[in-house]
Design a protein around this ligand. Structure first.
Ligand SMILES: Nc1ncnc2c1ncn2[C@@H]1O[C@H](COP(=O)(O)OP(=O)(O)O)[C@@H](O)[C@H]1O
Ligand SMILES: [Mg+2]
Length: 257
C-alpha cells in the first residue's frame, strides 16, 4: 500500500502525471508517474527510469530536485515550491518589468550555468532547457527539472536500442542540430543553446524565434554578446558555460537587486 496521500495534481501531460503528496509524517513531496494512457508504453517507462537514475546518482548537485525514491513506477522528489521561470516571465509580461528584472534573470542564468556545468562534468546533457523546466526552490535557487530526454553516460543516447528518439526538445529552445537529428545530438553545446534561449526569452519576454527575426539580445552588454553567440546555429560557435559564469559572476556582483 502506498504511504502517499495525494493533495493536488500539479501537471498532467501526455506522458506524465505530476502530483503533490504528503507522507505519514506530513512532509510534502512531488510524485511523477506515467499517465494512464501510456501505462503500457516502454519509452515513457525508460524516460522516467532515466530521470530517477540521474536524480539519484547526481544528488551532490544542488541545482536539481532532491531525490527521495523510485519504486513501482513512481519517482518521488523534492517539492520546488516557488514556481517556474515561465510563470515568473508571464507575470512580468502582464505587470511590467522592474529595473531589477535583468539582474534577477542574470542571477538565475548564472546558477543554471553552474548546474549545467556540473551535469556536463558527469557526462549528462539535459537537452530540454527552457523556462518551464526551471523551478525555483527559493528566489535565487533555480533547479533544473525534467530529465526525460537527457542523455546520460558515454553511450550518448537517451534511449537504448531498439527505440529511437524522433522529436526531442521544444521549438524555440532546442538547438538546430537537436531538431535535425535527436539521435546524433548529444553534445553539451545543446544546453548552451537552451540556456541562451531561456535567458533571451526571460529578458525579452518572448520565445526566441528564427535568427532572422530575433532582435539583438541586450545590445552593448557582455551578457547580450554571449547570448547572441550562445544562439549560434553551429555548436562550435557557441561559448563554453564557463564564459557565462565568468561574465555573470562579475556583473551580478556589481549590481544591487
Ligand atoms: N519537483 C517539482 N516540484 C514542483 N513542481 C514540479 C516538480 N516536478 C514537476 N513539477 C510540475 O510538473 C510539471 C511537469 O513536470 P515535468 O517533469 O516537466 O514533466 P513533463 O515531462 O510532463 O514536462 C512542471 O512544469 C511543474 O509544474
Ligand atoms: Mg517539462
Amino acid at each position: 500500500m502506498t504511504p502517499w496521500r495525494e493533495e493536488a495534481v500539479l501537471a498532467e501531460g501526455p506522458l506524465f502525471r505530476v502530483s503533490l503528496a504528503s507522507d505519514e509524517s506530513g512532509c510534502r513531496w512531488v510524485l511523477k508517474a506515467r499517465a494512464a494512457d501510456v501505462r503500457d508504453d516502454p519509452v515513457s517507462a525508460l524516460r522516467l527510469e532515466k530521470e530517477a537514475r540521474i536524480l539519484c546518482g547526481q544528488s551532490h548537485i544542488s541545482g536539481i530536485p532532491r531525490f527521495h525514491s523510485f519504486a513501482d513506477g513512481v519517482l518521488v522528489m523534492e517539492w520546488l515550491q516557488c514556481g517556474s521561470l515561465l510563470e515568473r516571465a508571464e507575470k512580468v509580461a502582464c505587470e511590467g518589468r522592474s529595473v531589477a528584472w535583468p539582474t534577477r534573470v542574470a542571477r538565475w542564468v548564472l546558477a543554471l550555468s553552474q548546474t549545467l556545468q556540473e551535469l556536463h562534468a558527469e557526462g549528462i546533457v539535459h537537452r530540454d532547457v527552457k523556462p518551464a523546466n526551471v523551478l525555483l526552490r527559493v528566489e535565487y535557487e533555480p533547479a533544473l527539472i525534467d530529465f526525460g530526454v537527457a542523455v546520460d553516460g558515454p553511450a550518448g543516447r537517451s534511449l537504448p536500442r531498439p527505440w529511437r528518439e524522433d522529436a526531442v526538445g521544444t521549438p524555440g529552445y532546442a538547438a538546430p542540430e537537436l531538431r535535425a537529428d535527436p539521435e546524433a545530438a548529444v553534445d553539451p553545446a545543446i544546453d548552451v543553446y537552451g540556456l541562451s534561449a531561456t535567458a533571451y526569452a526571460l529578458l525579452h519576454l518572448r520565445r526566441p524565434g528564427h535568427e532572422s527575426e530575433r532582435s539583438a539580445p541586450v545590445p552593448n552588454s557582455g551578457f547580450g554578446t554571449l547570448l547572441a553567440r550562445g544562439l549560434s546555429p553551429s555548436p562550435q560557435d557557441r561559448p563554453p558555460l564557463q564564459a557565462f559564469i565568468d561574465e555573470l559572476s562579475a556583473s551580478v556582483g556589481q549590481r544591487t537587486v
